[in-house]
Design a protein around this ligand. Structure first.
Ligand SMILES: NC(=O)C1=CN([C@@H]2O[C@H](COP(=O)(O)OP(=O)(O)OC[C@H]3O[C@@H](n4cnc5c(N)ncnc54)[C@H](OP(=O)(O)O)[C@@H]3O)[C@@H](O)[C@H]2O)C=CC1
Ligand SMILES: O=C(O)C1=N[C@H](C(=O)O)C[C@H](O)C1
Length: 239
């Protein structure tokens, strides 16, 4: 497969390494400083799929540019979901292909699945409060992490005692706290904690490196071409 990489930072470089192991060709790189090329230099005749991991402020424009070029696009950037409805509309309007996941790790997507199951079970028993905690490296721009927001939304769907999330300690019992920590080079750790007066129950995912994210993004890139619409990891993994 010929891949256009948009963003050649920590994720772009990890994806390039894992793509080579899987026999793919990096047909082009678009990056703020590491490349002079632009998305408009590429068409479906030159690349099969684009993979975008850049920055919260540039993700939507990059996704829109790919859709306008007719390129299927796998986007991993977080912190841009206020534009997601527009991205969906543009995908429909242009008959394009967009894949988005706040986290491409297969393990995290199992974590999301168990998180929803656990929330539904825990809500059947009184006495538990729940909170989400995420820990990332100090270079991370957005807060809370996209993964923590997805986990919080999964809890809200199944735990009616919580009605909204808040990126701070909860001020009222109906708020679900998302606590964000930034420390050193932590790749990404997410913890959902249920606490009662008598015990604590936790679900945790800890990424050891970025290869799991890269592999998931490549699985999505291998799956997307030829499919029209907006997709995510639930469709890819059948969860
Ligand atoms: N969904 C998932 O599974 C994962 C998502 N992420 C998300 O992916 C994004 C990128 O993460 P990461 O690779 O660690 O970040 P990095 O900062 O290491 O890399 C981002 C790269 O994108 C470049 N860039 C910035 N703006 C543009 C633009 N407009 N066009 C092209 N390139 C641009 C940066 O250039 P320069 O450095 O010169 O500014 C940099 O090289 C973040 O939003 C992060 O949260 C990260 C890991 C997993
Ligand atoms: O910025 C990162 O590094 C990560 N971002 C994603 C997020 O915001 O959830 C995924 C992963 O945790 C790493």
């Amino acid at each position: 497969m010929k891949i256009l990489l948009i963003g050649y930072g920590k994720m772009g470089q990890t994806i390039a390494a894992v793509a080579a192991q899987r026999g793919h060709e990096i047909a082009g790189i678009v990056d703020l400083h590491a490349s002079q090329l632009s998305i408009t230099d590429f068409t479906p005749a030159t690349v099969d799929v684009a993979i975008e991991f850049t920055h919260p402020d540039s993700a939507f424009a990059n996704v829109a540019a790919c859709l306008r070029q007719g390129l299927p696009v796998v986007c991993g950037s977080t912190g841009w979901l206020h534009h997601f409805d527009e991205a969906q509309e543009l995908t429909q309007e242009l008959g394009g292909s967009l894949f988005y996941a706040s986290n491409y790790s297969v393990g995290v997507n199992l974590f999301f699945h168990f998180n929803e199951y656990i929330a539904a079970k825990m809500s059947q028993f009184g006495g538990y409060d729940v909170a989400v905690r995420e820990i990332h490296h100090t270079h991370k721009i957005d807060q809370p992490s996209g993964t923590a927001i997805t986990a919080a939304e999964g809890i809200l769907r199944h735990f009616p005692a919580k009605t909204t999330w808040r990126n701070a300690p909860a001020e009222i019992p109906t708020e679900l706290a998302i606590i964000s920590e930034r420390a050193g080079e932590v790749v990404g750790t997410h913890i959902v904690t249920y606490t009662s007066a008598v015990d604590t129950l936790e679900l945790m995912h800890e990424a050891h490196n970025r290869e799991g994210f890269a592999l998931g993004a490549l699985l999505a890139a291998e799956w997307l071409p030829g499919r029209q619409g907006v997709f995510g990891m639930k469709e890819l993994l059948g969860l």
